[in-house]
Design a binder for this molecule. Structure first.
Ligand code: AHR
Length: 551
């Protein structure tokens, strides 16, 4: 039997006996991981670890922007505590201003003296209750005090690159040219460069990443893929590059809707497959994990509760998030029918769980939801998926950074805390720019009850990468009661030392609460080092990073 076939078949055996480094039977660990150090996949683009910020609820106002006159520690109005944390996770890229908001946003409203900027109704106004709409608050009536300059400043202070999503639904293509000109035209060359200089930046921002609309199949214009292809060409053809090397991201499919990818590219390529990318650097994909209640909820597609979930919903969340790998592969194949040399990358610029309302800290924090250990786990497995598909995924953005769906942070006025999703991004930062390695997992499957019927889910999965002599393995054990004792074979290498970092709590509902000490912590743990292998026990319901220094 072939080595991989052997490993795969071992997965179905509760306690498999597997070979050690030299073919000898190893300890009878229940689980086995084999890292094929000499089988690189591709470099993991640091941008896979990106973030998303939209003028939605309290993401911008209160979350990122507290105002220049605020008593909350800030740098030119930007929340200092958030900036400090962004540096810890090495945030590579931040997407803004939406989301659906992007296709209703006029970038000119957000430049120039702040006291002269217009106030406009936010795209999300009708998601607020009628009595809330009477309040003149920035979450509903946007004062535009946070605009392009503030966003780019936030990115620079955070160490990230800006990724701007342009308005295709309600602004003309020329306005897109002018936004690029505002950001990128050299100092002193254009009226817009002078306006930028007056805002404190004579030098260009050199914004490379530009989204051409957002969800153009829905809130971004309800286009058909062919119609959007026409718009894409109009918006992107001959936009001055200012020597920056613009990277256009086309609005892509919703989740697994392959028809969008196929028909968009068929139109763009005029029915003739080719290898020149046709002006597309990346194809955006959005996938939210929603249907965890097996359609029992009457809300949009069967969303579940953020905090009060049972074991079945825990495992269903794992499966929902795990759909990401299939979605990536399907769209990659559909894309390859037209982009025959795979020049274009996939950009998963919105992902994460989306639950029912009810756990937001304050009413204006639209779509803010409690973030528990479950969210840490599914974020870990999604990031592992991106690592495993490193040659296909060029960028990703977790939706959204603060006070929102799968937020890394929560804030309310002077209170601020990281969530368990932050702990995961902190662990996984080590993968950025490393070489993804082919890695095989075999572990006992988990059995659970799905509305009276038996169901299963895999027992251990992850990804590995190598940067110089540092090997990083990350993995999640979704089993809520059983640890996974694993032998980790380093095929083609040996470690001189190793350590582990674990995000796990005995309560799977554990979450951090504003103003209280953090409940979810990252803890260091010992790893046993043997010639050619490591041994570690992955605790129940855990996200783990193992670092090993190779000889
Ligand atoms: O992240 C919230 C919303 O979800 C975004 O605005 C939109 O693009 C998606 O539907």
């Amino acid at each position: 039997m072939e080595r991989r076939g052997f490993l795969k078949s071992a997965a179905s055996t509760a306690a498999a006996l597997v070979f050690g480094r030299h073919g000898a039977l190893a300890q009878q660990a229940s689980s086995h991981i084999e890292i094929l150090v000499d089988e690189p996949i591709a470099t993991i683009a640091p941008e896979i670890y990106g973030h998303f910020t939209e003028h939605l609820g309290s993401v911008i106002y209160d979350g990122i922007y507290v105002g220049e006159d605020s008593k909350i520690p800030n740098q030119q109005g930007l929340r200092s505590a958030l900036i400090d944390k962004m540096r810890i996770i090495k945030a590579p890229v931040v997407r803004w201003p939406g989301g659906c908001f992007a296709d209703s946003y006029d970038w000119r409203d957000g430049i120039g003296p702040k006291d002269k900027r217009p106030r406009h109704t936010n795209f999300w106004v009708d998601d607020f209750k009628p009595e809330q709409k009477k309040q003149n608050i920035p979450q509903i009536y946007d004062p535009n005090s946070f605009g392009t300059d503030d966003f780019v400043r936030f990115c620079k202070l955070s160490g990230a690159e800006p990724y701007i999503a342009a308005n295709v639904r309600s602004l003309p293509a020329l306005e897109f040219d002018h936004w690029v000109e505002y950001c990128n035209s050299p100092r002193g060359t254009t009226t817009l460069a002078e306006t930028r200089a007056a805002a404190g930046s004579p030098d260009p921002y050199n914004v490379r990443y530009w989204g051409v609309g957002n969800e153009s199949w829905g809130c971004g214009g309800n286009f058909d893929p062919e119609d959007y292809a026409v718009e894409f060409k109009r918006y992107t053809t001959w936009v001055p590059s200012y020597g920056v090397g613009l990277r256009f991201i086309a609005s892509g499919p919703n989740s697994d809707e392959q028809f969008w990818t196929r028909r968009f590219f068929e139109k763009l390529y005029r029915g003739q497959p080719g290898n020149d990318g046709r002006g597309v650097w990346g194809l955006s994909i959005h996938h939210y994990d929603m249907n965890v209640t097996r359609n029992k909820s009457s809300d949009w597609q069967g969303k579940g509760e953020a905090l009060s979930f049972d074991l079945t919903e825990w495992y269903e969340s794992v499966k929902e998030s795990d759909r990401m790998e299939g979605i990536i592969l399907e769209h990659w194949n559909a894309l390859g029918e037209w982009d025959v040399t795979h020049k274009i990358k996939l950009v998963v610029d919105e992902y994460g769980p989306w639950y029912l309302k009810g756990t937001e800290y304050a009413p204006e924090e639209l779509y803010s939801q409690a973030i528990t250990m479950r969210d840490a786990l599914v974020t870990g497995l999604t990031l592992d998926t991106f690592n495993r598909q490193a040659e296909k995924v060029g960028m990703a953005a977790c939706a959204q950074l603060i006070n929102c769906l799968n937020a890394l942070f929560m804030s309310h006025e002077d209170k601020f805390t990281a969530t368990p999703v932050f702990n995961v991004f902190e662990l996984y930062a080590a993968h950025q720019g490393a070489t993804a390695l082919r890695t095989e997992f075999s572990a006992p499957e988990i059995h659970y009850d799905r509305d009276g019927k038996p169901a299963t889910v895999w027992g251990l999965k992850g990804s590995a990468s190598l940067k110089a002599k540092t090997l990083t393995l990350t993995a999640v054990n979704p089993d809520t009661s059983q640890p996974r004792e694993a032998e980790i074979v380093l095929r083609g290498a040996s470690a001189v030392s190793s350590k582990a970092f674990v995000v796990a709590e005995s309560d799977i509902h554990a979450h951090n609460i504003l103003g209280q000490p953090e409940q979810v912590k990252t803890r260091a743990a010992e790893v046993a080092v043997r010639p050619g292998s490591l041994s570690f026990t992955f605790p129940p319901a855990s996200v783990v990073k193992i670092e090993a220094l190779l000889s």
